[in-house]
Design a protein around this ligand. Structure first.
Ligand code: AMP
Length: 147
């Protein structure tokens, strides 16, 4: 199997570099294009259960500002891994569905996500990695993040 377009999903935390390093390596090995996505969660999702109606405009402004900041951070991160500014995507929404939809829109054939991979009584995958794995229409690679 040879991949043509790899999409690395990063949450802009410290683990982003580990995910991106692996994605870069795979893209290089396959001669594939590499794109980056980070998803900014809407405040209504972060504060689910609270009545946010009074803050609608403020939350729209916050989300747009967070999206703009995410684009800048992604551009910087991408530059360190030879990903051009036009290949970074910061979108607002629920992470797993947005990652899956963006992969489809871009025609990506591999999504790379991080996983804390806890065993025993812990969860094997976090909710984002799990959601992507269950709904993606292409292959998904999880990169074990050592903490
Ligand atoms: P989680 O399943 O939430 O523990 O996250 C595992 C991995 O999913 C992270 O290492 C990222 O690769 C990806 N991920 C989580 N949240 C986001 C996000 N907001 N945007 C893009 N990717 C994310």
């Amino acid at each position: 199997m040879s991949y043509t377009h790899v999409l690395a999903a990063v949450d802009l935390s410290d683990e982003a570099r580990a995910v991106l390093k692996e994605a870069r390596q795979i893209a290089d090995d396959h001669g594939a294009k590499l794109s980056l996505i980070s998803v900014v969660k809407p405040l209504t999702q972060v504060y689910g259960g609270l009545d946010m109606a009074a803050y609608t405009q403020a939350s729209v402004n916050f989300e747009r500002e967070a999206q703009a900041q995410a684009v800048e951070q992604l551009k910087k991160l991408g530059a360190d891994f030879k990903v051009g500014a036009k290949d970074v995507h910061a979108v607002i929404g629920a992470p797993a569905p947005q990652i899956v939809d963006t992969a489809k829109d871009l025609g990506a054939d591999l999504i790379v996500v991080g996983s804390h991979g806890k065993h025993g009584l812990g969860l094997l995958l976090g909710s984002t990695a799990n959601g992507v794995l269950h709904h993606a229409q292409c292959d998904v690679l999880t990169v074990r993040i050592k903490s």
